[in-house]
Design a protein around this ligand. Structure first.
Ligand SMILES: Cc1cc2nc3c(=O)[nH]c(=O)nc-3n(C[C@H](O)[C@H](O)[C@H](O)COP(=O)(O)O)c2cc1C
Length: 301
């Protein structure tokens, strides 16, 4: 039995977008908007509804342009802030430390730190009542590209007989910003030969009692977060061989991320290094060796 709730705009979910615009003086501003959505596929259009009372309203009318910056989950608090104060009396970008970037396609700024941006030219304005709906043609969508550099340490060379004993991964953007790291020692099903311990420094005692591979693998897949990020590994075939074998054994599917092998890159781009082993590249390219733990396999990133 359904109960009437009255004539309300009760439809969910609604987005949390930052509508970016320039005021009359050219100062960048942004406001949170939840009243918006896709409204046409050809031409690609989205609509946002703004009250005339907002400072942004006049900016959209005057400049006939706006951007939509979509925050990540971690950025919802700051996105909310853009809806609590007005650009009339506060410079929200200065207050939050976020960076306004001038769009090269439309006369409006977007938020550099937010992962997804749409640049829109105002096609129509509909005075609906309290809200005016701005229909914007999307001239471009810009999305951040994440890269995940990862490395595995194992008990040997071949996945059929050897086992993974450590995962190490770092997610970063091409501007160098590190977004997260993930490390996990793994309890092995066979002991680590001393000559292999000499290479990576991991002993049986260190991994004893750690999660098994079947327990650790979901954590790694969660860190990958789907197939969008570019995977970076040195001698990627080695690591992917172990990963694929482990995933098949545990009944998981590995996402089909694009992969870049830094060994191939080094072989074609680096001249004068002793070898293209990671250790030699770190010395040759003068990369400070940054170990996140005493035994971390992520070297040189
Ligand atoms: C989550 C959230 C969603 C909002 N959605 C809208 C909206 O869709 N339309 C609107 O006119 N105001 C909306 N607001 C309120 C404006 O963001 C708020 O009035 C803001 O201060 C306007 O900024 P401005 O004066 O700098 O333009 C929302 C606020 C929040 C917190």
């Amino acid at each position: 039995m359904k109960r009437s709730r009255g004539a309300k705009t009760l439809v969910y979910p609604t987005p949390t977008w930052i509508v970016g615009s320039y005021d009359k003086q050219g100062k960048p501003n942004g406001m949170t908007a939840a009243w918006g959505g896709i409204c046409c596929s050809d031409p690609p259009c989205i609509a946002v509804s703004l009250r005339k009372a907002t400072y942004s309203y006049a900016s959209l009318v005057n400049r006939r342009a706006f951007t939509i910056s979509v925050p990540s989950q971690a950025q919802v608090k700051v996105a909310d802030y853009f809806g609590l104060v007005s650009g009339r009396d506060t410079d929200k970008f200065a207050a939050t430390g976020l960076t306004p970037v001038r769009s090269d396609l439309v006369d409006a700024p977007y938020v550099a730190e937010f992962p997804l941006v749409l640049e829109c030219k105002v096609l129509h304005m509909f005075d609906l009542g309290l809200h005016t709906q701005f229909v914007g043609e999307v001239l471009d969508v810009k999305a951040d590209e994440d890269v995940i550099a990862f490395d595995l340490e194992t008990t040997g060379l071949f996945p059929v007989v050897a086992r993974i004993v450590e995962f190490g991964a770092v997610r970063f953007r091409l501007d160098g910003r590190v977004l997260g790291t993930w490390e996990q020692l793994v309890d092995r099903e066979c002991s680590i030969p001393p000559e292999v311990t000499d290479i990576h420094g991991i002993t049986d005692a260190m991994v004893c009692g750690q999660p098994t591979l079947a327990q650790a693998l979901p954590g790694f897949l969660e860190f990958l977060g789907g197939s969008d990020a570019i995977l970076l590994a040195h001698n990627a075939a080695f690591d992917l061989g172990f990963l694929n074998f482990a995933a098949a054994k545990s009944g998981w599917n590995l996402p089909a991320n694009p992969v870049v092998d830094t060994l191939d890159l080094a072989r074609s781009c680096v001249r004068g290094a002793r070898s293209c082993r990671l250790e030699d590249l770190v010395v040759h390219l003068r990369l400070a060796e940054r170990k996140t733990t005493g035994h971390c396999p992520i070297r040189g990133w």
